[in-house]
Design a protein around this ligand. Structure first.
Ligand code: UDP
Length: 506
């Protein structure tokens, strides 16, 4: 069919690295499976970032993924100059970004209109971040299929949406409560909610934006979710109950090389996921890990945007040192300092870095480490993580159990799910304010990495998760569930868009 190239998928990610990266990975998968034309629309500065991500990871093959600039519709969107994503913005400006992003609708309408004219038919499908619920209206106007894409897992997305829409903690004085869509026995805690959500009353600015966009997003034809059906059965059940629309689990959106899949491009390097950052060279990390016995090293990282407070950092360092375990720690300046700024030795106990470096006990990495290379190395035995969804999936795909220290967003729900439902995580601390003692750090490291039953059981369960994840992306005779889900989603889009188109006509 000559229309193959004419089929067009338009994608609209939220302006944060943690959203744009999975969108780009999804674009690659769709391109590879269908050859359809793909357009990613984002604001000018983020377009530059996305284009450089594409070109730095695609050296041998040409790509049909196009990035187009979506200008803000008015100059007085309130964002400081040259700051169009969450990484570049101070926290108090994030709301400005959400508000500004709500004004993108006319630009987006124009883009879809241009594509429709050029190709003689509307885009087959619009895949939009769940924060851009307004894009459902645009899809309806043109008769395109529309799906919301949540870059989080099933459980995390379900909890996040249901909590914002229902605010169940407002209806009780109790410290624990149930969340609509989840079984009665699954209790959530007030301390697992972000401060903005904890104090939300439905009329504050955050409630207004989130509730509006999430509600609008639920009118999509379905949701795509970066997870695996067999691994997240419980979470996906909750997500289906909360949304009431089809959910296609199509994850993990991860470089193929780390899933034992053949590589068709050079995109196997995790460095391609982080063009802006510079830390230690992967080969130096690997060399260091090679020196250590299997399963003996603890990897510590709080992701790309978060950090802990100065007291917590001291206690963590003392606990890690006292545990006697080898470790790689990606350090970032603590809360109260520029997270991208220079790291000062005074934030760690006196002589800490010299001691651990000299004895080869520890590798202190500044700012950024090749995470997937580290997690896939046989010497890595556990991951002390903020439970960001990408980090969680990456760790489980390599069979590495997790010591949880969730900080913001839906991370506490991820940690809860991995501890209660999967048994692959033990939560050490929660949030950037909690009191953490070095003895507790030491105890949990021993629990997870020591010789005891708990550690062995966690390792076994993490290995089971890794098997499920790898099976889900299998190609060939025994097509994996995530590959099937992606095919099924595209097939549904093809057959249903005519229905949407009919509706658009009438
Ligand atoms: N990452 C990395 N090196 C680091 C820190 C993070 O490669 O030193 C990558 C990590 O592999 C993951 C992403 O950055 O793909 C972090 O995403 P996640 O959802 O875990 O957390 P976020 O940074 O969005 O809070």
């Amino acid at each position: 069919e000559n229309g193959r190239q004419h089929k067009h998928v338009v994608m609209l990610p939220f302006m944060a690295q943690g959203h744009m990266i999975p969108f780009l990975a999804l674009a690659r998968q769709i391109e590879q499976r269908t050859g359809y034309a793909i357009t990613i629309a984002t604001t000018p500065i983020n377009a530059v970032y996305l284009r450089s991500s594409i070109s730095s990871s695609t050296t041998t093959t040409t790509t049909t993924i196009r990035v187009v600039e979506l200008p803000f519709c008015s100059a007085d969107h309130g964002l400081p100059p040259n700051t169009e994503n969450t990484e570049a913005l101070p926290n108090h400006h994030i709301m400005t970004l959400f508000r500004a992003s709500q004004t993108l609708e006319p630009s987006f309408h124009n883009l879809v209109s241009t594509i429709t004219e050029k190709y003689g038919e509307p885009p087959l499908c619009i895949i939009a971040d769940v924060f851009f619920g307004w894009s459902v209206d645009v899809a309806m106007r043109f008769g395109s299929f529309h799906v919301g894409f949540t870059t989080c897992g099933g459980y995390g997305t379900a909890a996040y949406i249901s909590l914002w829409l229902n605010l169940p903690h407002r209806h009780t004085d109790s410290d624990d409560f149930t969340v609509p869509g989840f079984p009665e026995t699954c209790r959530f805690l007030r301390s697992q909610l972000n401060p903005t959500l904890r104090s939300a009353d439905g009329t504050d600015p955050w409630s207004t934006v989130f509730r509006r966009e999430l509600q609008l997003s639920l009118r999509s034809n379905g949701f795509l979710c970066n997870t695996v059906e067999e691994m997240e059965t419980f979470g996906l059940e909750a997500l289906r109950a909360v949304t009431g629309i089809p959910v296609w689990p199509i994850g993990p959106l991860q470089p193929p090389a780390f899933l034992n899949l053949p590589c068709t491009t050079d995109s196997n390097l995790s460095s391609s996921r982080s063009v802006k950052k510079h830390g230690i060279a992967p080969e130096n990390c690997i060399k260091w890990l090679d020196y250590h016995p299997p399963g003996s090293v603890l990897y510590i990282s709080f992701g790309s945007q978060n950090t802990i407070n100065p007291t917590q950092m001291m206690e963590l360092a003392m606990g890690v040192e006292a545990s006697g375990k080898a470790f790689i720690w990606v350090v970032r300046p603590p809360v109260g300092f520029d997270i991208n700024g220079e790291f000062k030795a005074e934030w760690l106990p006196e002589g800490f870095e010299e001691r651990v470096t000299e004895s080869r006990r520890g590798l202190v990495v500044r700012t950024w480490a090749p995470q997937l290379e580290i997690l896939s190395h046989k010497s890595t035995g556990a991951f002390l993580s903020h439970c960001g969804w990408n980090s969680s999936l990456e760790s489980l795909s390599q069979g590495v159990p997790i010591i949880g220290w969730p900080l913001v967003a839906e991370q506490a729900y991820n940690s809860k799910m991995m501890e209660e439902e999967m048994g692959v995580c033990v939560e050490l601390a929660r949030g950037p304010d909690s009191r953490v003692l070095s003895e507790e750090v030491e105890r949990v490291i021993e629990l997870v990495m020591g010789e005891g039953e708990k550690g062995k059981e966690m390792k076994m369960k993490a290995s089971e998760a890794a098997k499920k994840i790898r099976a889900a992306v299998r190609e060939g005779d025994q097509l994996g569930s995530s590959v099937k889900a992606l095919d099924d989603f595209l097939q549904t889009a093809l057959s249903k868009r005519h229905e949407n188109a009919d509706e658009a006509m009438t």
